[in-house]
Design a protein around this ligand. Sequence first.
Ligand code: M6R
Length: 590
Amino acid sequence: MCGIFGYSGKRQDGGKIVVEGLKNLEYRGYDSWGVACTTKAGITIRKDIGKISTVSSDDFSETCCLALAHTRWATHGGVTPANAHPHLSRDGTVAVVHNGIIENYAELKETLKTKGYTFVSQTDTEVIPYMIEEEMKSGKSFPDAFRNACLQFHGRYAILALHQASGMLIAARTGSPLIVGVGKDGYYIASDIPAFMEHTRTVQYLDDGEIVETDGKKITFRDIATGEERQKREIQITWTVEQAQKGDFAHFMLKEIMDQKESIARAANQDEEEIMTIAQAIRNAKGTFLVGCGTAHKACMAAEYFFSVVSGHHVNVCSAGEFKLYHHFLVPESLLIVVSQSGETADVLEAMNVAKSKGAKVLAIVNVEGSSVARAADYTLRINAGPERAVASTKAMTGQMSVMLLIAYALKNALHDGKTLLLETGALINDMLNPRYVERIATIAGNIKRHEHLYIIGKSWHYPMALESAIKIQEVSYMHAEGFAGSELKHGPIALIEPGTPCIALLGNDEVTSDMLNNATELKARGALLIGIAPKRHEIFDEWLKTPDAGAAQPIVTIIPIQILAYELAVQRGKDPDMPRNLAKSVTVK
Ligand code: M6R
């Protein structure tokens, strides 16, 4: 969480560069923003609460070759201009932005206070420039002072700092992502690639425990602990600038829903040998565990059904944040499969550490290439969804389910059947995503948007889709939505139903359809306004959204109308679906 971006090089429009780049990181946090530009006169800081997207880069036209910027998702201290980053050293020569948490900041703050430092914010970040300043007071160069300060910080963080006199930009990573963009006119350091993609697609990744230093002409990577230099490879990224832009769409969320016309086929496009190796690893494993967070966790829950129904294979699924509790069951022959769009989710990284500490192997299913999860895993499969910028995960989730369905087919030695099914599913989704269908969902959204509560039921692999439906609707429209297994209704939740309460029943064309219809009928008997999402119309439905019959890929098509409904509810309730309140795209804190 929090977006970090800095530039050092030949260009004189550093302020503009970092402001424009920061706009591409806004999905990482958007409660406040700040920019530091170095000019001959010193460091100029501008910061405020609100979104960087409302700020014009023309206001940053001063000559500046060294700048940094930050978009915040508050952890310590409220959303105020004083708490917004950058934070300056007391002598005004060092500016710092930060992502993550300095866990021992309270202790460091007390020591700094005894040395005469006064604090103007409630953040943990403010100790960083003061610690650097203290180190420099004892005669150390900026790079040495920065490294020495980092050695005293505990926690998972990414820090970016600039120093006016030396003209240097330095960053450190322990747990939160940082990537260097190597350009013709200088170096870019950011928490994610979209910040600098229009300037360069050549990148170098920082690993945990590393520092990077640049004066704009050359770049040096070091080990934080020893100070020794490290060599880095340059990597060309495959994402394009266009893929990361909204184009003519009103919101990224809508663009990404529409991208699913093609993204399922891209997810299916996996190296066959690699998938077969992974299938064998699952067969050989003494226990396969499948974890993710939020929507990725619901994709894992759906995959549990894929593995069971398609290949008769058992996997253990849990939320990544709960995985620690499974450590008793892990042996070196266990396999952990982690699923993460960003590849930076703190709970997922921690689950990997738990598995690795027991000697178990890890397979990562990710979207972002070069992400922390991808680089730490033993095997990696990419879902090839392209950049997902909206906070709500849509095309990444269907990509995750697609890759796991493919693995289930590989386990059954029927990989080609799996590929064919996914290609057909992509074509079905292409047909679904037509203007009439979207219009129809918009009308339904209009009819229910003023209700306070919305309940969704599903059974079998539609149970995780009911849970996912609730996440999608809650996070973007702020409507209270809850998903249940259809069979659970009469064990409690049915008491919530009143005449007119909107309820959605997710159905397929499978062996649980008649049970689900019974559950839906129970809702209807209590006066629910019943919306059926199903391949066939049933007389109990007040509204029907047709889904194609997609066989084992049914959950993938079922979630599409829900994504559109969530989007429409958000827009029609006057909310910004791309940047929901209190959330950020990449959850890098536990
Ligand atoms: O990047 P990840 O896939 O690891 O993110 C996991 C969750 O934070 C994410 O799916 C979250 O639940 C989304 N906002 C849901 O739309």
